[in-house]
Design a binder for this molecule. Sequence first.
Ligand code: AMP
Length: 291
Amino acid sequence: MKTIRLISELQELIDRNKRNHQTVGFVPTMGFLHAGHLSLVEQARKENDIVVMSIFVNPAQFGPGEDFEAYPRDEAYDSKLASEAGVDILFMPNRDEMYPHDGGIQILPGSQATSLCGAKRPGHFDGVLKVVLKLFNIVDPDSSYFGMKDAQQLAIIETFVRDFNLRTKIKRVPTVREKDGLAKSSRNVNLSGEERLVAPVIHQALENGKVLFDQGVSVRKVEKEVAEQITNNSSAQIDYVSLLAYPSLLPYTPEAEEAIIACAVKFEKTRLIDNIIMSTKGEEYVSNDDE
Ligand code: AMP
C-alpha cells in the first residue's frame, strides 16, 4: 500500500494507472477505521483494479460546538487496517493541502438536506458536498463506495452525481453492526461503558418501528414508539426520529417505493445516527439498485 499526502502525487499515480486501463474504486472516510469502512473496501476490491481510500476529517462539515476536535484519530492503526484490507493507495492529506484557500464558493444541497441531520446540523451537507466534489476531482474514481449507515448523505450524493453529471458510479454498502446490533461507528469509542451497554436499543427500536410500519401503524405513531423505546431504555436524548420516503426524504406516502426510519440520539459526549430502510412491501433494503 502506498501512502500519499499530496494531491499532485496522487493524481500522477492515478493517471499512470488509468493509462494502463485500470479501474479505480474509491472509499472516502474520516478514518478511525472499523469493519464498516472495511466492508466498503471489500466491495471496492471485488469490483476494481485499484482501490483508493482517503482519510480526512473534513472541517467543513462540522459546525461550531460539534466534535471536530474530539473526533477520534489514529493514523498508524488506520494504515495497518487499510493495508490488510487491500487498499492500494491511502490518501491522507492535511487541512492545508485540501483547503489552501477558500474562494467562498458554496455547493448547496436541495430538499433532501432539509430534514434529519440536514435540519439539525446547518451547513453539514454543504461541507460534505464540498469535500466529496474535491475528492472526486482529485481521485477521478470509476466507482465510489458509501455506507447506508449515512443514508441521508448517500441519497444527497446520488442526487449530486446525477444532477451534475459527475463521472463516478455511486455504490451503496449495507450497514455493518456489532454483534448486539449497534451500528459500527468511529464515534462509538466516545460512549461511556454504561452508554455502550444500552446503545443497542437504538437498533432494536428501529427494528420495532419497522414491525409497526409493516403492520400499517401511522407514521407519527411509529416515530413516537421508536423515540420512547430509546428514551425509556437509555440515557440518550432524542435529536430526531423520522419516518420519510427514501431516497427523496420527502414526507412518506404509500406511493413511495422505499421508506426510512432514521434517528439521531445524543449521549453525554457523542451523537449517534442509525436508520432502517424498508421497501413498502415490507422487505428490508439489501443492496445496490443498479446492478
Ligand atoms: P466516516 O468515516 O464515518 O465518514 O464514514 C466513511 C464511510 O464509511 C461512509 O460512506 C459511511 O457511510 C461508511 N460507514 C460508516 N460506518 C459504517 C457502517 N457501520 N457500515 C457500513 N458503512 C459505514
